[in-house]
Design a protein around this ligand. Structure first.
Ligand code: PMP
Length: 405
């Protein structure tokens, strides 16, 4: 029934805004690391919803937690308290080694919330003159799609024709602590960074950069905001990517996997001093911290507390990077980056564009996604089996080696 795929795609394209260029796969169901399309074909998922599905599709614990909560109460709004909220805040704060939680829904909303938090902290605690707060960000950043956040994007497609933009941001090169130091000024309230840049192609900064950012921000009384929406919650082999260099930021921004791929859950997590800047009425969200969101996130937090997903990501990540290293050695890849069960690879020009390689992978039953140009991102669910990972990587090897002269 190839018609089922074609007609589903045609219907979508006729009636949706074309903000994406999806691969020609129409998913009908999924389990663990496997997707099934409308024609019954199976595909290995090496994308995991851009790391929202760290615990796999249809994860039993998460589905049960969600289903049980749906049978009790799904939404209250924050007009009243509900019985899962306190535990969610306490346990998420504990997981982060912090004190307070401000829940939102999407990653972009949480980063926006962190920006608002840092500005208010700057005015109310640091004493920055009203309207003068500056936040330093990095080239190649991706923090979400709101007008404020795309205003300091360095990606043309993300930013073009959405202005005027929010002022108060300065962009410095990612991984360059000297440039960051030069940009720090009396009115700087925060440095906002991804500890590993996901959308930029899984860029890991040079060793020593994050500790230097930590040292400089501490010295200058500036908040270090780590956007761990994509890098956090097990993906890199640790709960947080910052941990690889022993760094603890002032603010964590979390999203994606926090909702287990079931419900959008994001949060800003920080100290009592920083999140203490808010008074009732100054920020909020109808769905943020809902009973359903809290029930699922509590299960996610419990799973991460056990540590086995992080171990798995580290272990399988070694396997992934061994194989990608071999492909690099063989000339079948031009670059390999990443950490844990997370990689960005650049395919050589003879193999075609990243998009073309992703399409050929799809023909062989593997989902990987190009980001831009020659770059592919590989981020399987952390629950993938060794055999499935090896099988998927064998397909990548085939596709790349076939294209070489
Ligand atoms: N921050 C980072 C680091 C991200 O990777 C993303 C999403 N790719 C976001 C924020 C935005 O998350 P959302 O799509 O949920 O708004």
């Amino acid at each position: 029934r190839p018609d089922a795929t074609a007609s589903a795609i045609a219907a979508a394209e006729a009636h949706c805004a074309h903000t994406y260029h999806p691969l020609p796969l129409v998913v009908a169901s999924a389990e663990g690391a496997w997707l099934t399309d409308v024609e019954g074909r199976r595909y290995l998922d090496l994308l995991a919803g851009y790391s929202a599905l760290n615990f796999g599709h249809g994860n039993r614990r998460l589905v049960e937690a969600a289903t049980a909560q749906l049978g009790r109460v799904a939404l209250t709004s924050r007009a009243v308290h509900h019985d899962r909220f306190g535990a969610f805040c306490a346990q998420l704060a504990e997981l982060c080694g912090m004190e307070r939680v401000l829940p939102m829904n999407t990653g972009a909303e949480a980063v926006e919330t962190a920006v608002k938090t840092a500005r208010k902290w700057g005015y109310r605690v640091k004493g920055v003159p009203q309207g003068q707060a500056k936040i330093i960000v990095a080239g190649g950043n991706f923090h979400g799609r709101t007008t404020t956040l795309v205003g300091f994007s360095t990606d043309h497609a993300a930013r073009a024709d959405f202005g005027p933009y929010t002022p108060g941001f300065e962009i410095v090169p990612y991984g360059d602590a000297t440039a960051l130091e030069a940009a720090l000024s009396a009115n700087t309230v925060a440095v906002l960074l991804e500890p590993v840049q996901g959308e930029a192609g899984v860029r890991v900064p040079p060793e020593g950069y994050l500790p230097e950012v930590r040292r400089l921000t501490r010295e200058r009384g500036v908040l270090f905001i780590a956007d761990e929406v994509q890098s956090g919650l097990g993906r890199t082999g640790r709960t947080f990517a910052c941990e690889h260099e022993g760094v603890v930021p002032d603010v964590y921004v979390l999203g994606k996997a926090l909702g287990g791929g079931i419900v959008p859950v994001s949060a800003v997590v920080s100290s009592a001093e920083v999140l203490g800047v808010f008074r009732p009425g100054e920020h909020g969200s109808t769905f943020g911290g809902s009973p359903l969101a809290c029930a699922v996130a509590l299960e996610v937090i419990a799973m991460l507390r056990g540590g086995e997903y992080q171990w798995r990501a580290a272990d399988l990540g070694d396997r992934l990077h061994r194989e990608l290293g071999a492909l690099l050695e063989a000339g079948a890849l031009e670059a390999v980056r990443g950490r844990g069960l997370w990689a960005g690879v650049d395919v050589p020009p003879e193999a075609g564009t990243g998009r073309e390689v992703a399409e050929r992978m799809l023909d062989r039953g593997v989902l990987v996604k190009d980001t831009h140009g020659p770059t592919l991102r590989i981020a399987p669910p952390l629950v993938i089996s060794e055999e499935d990972l090896d099988w998927g990587l064998a397909r990548l090897r085939e596709v790349l080696l076939e294209a070489l002269p």
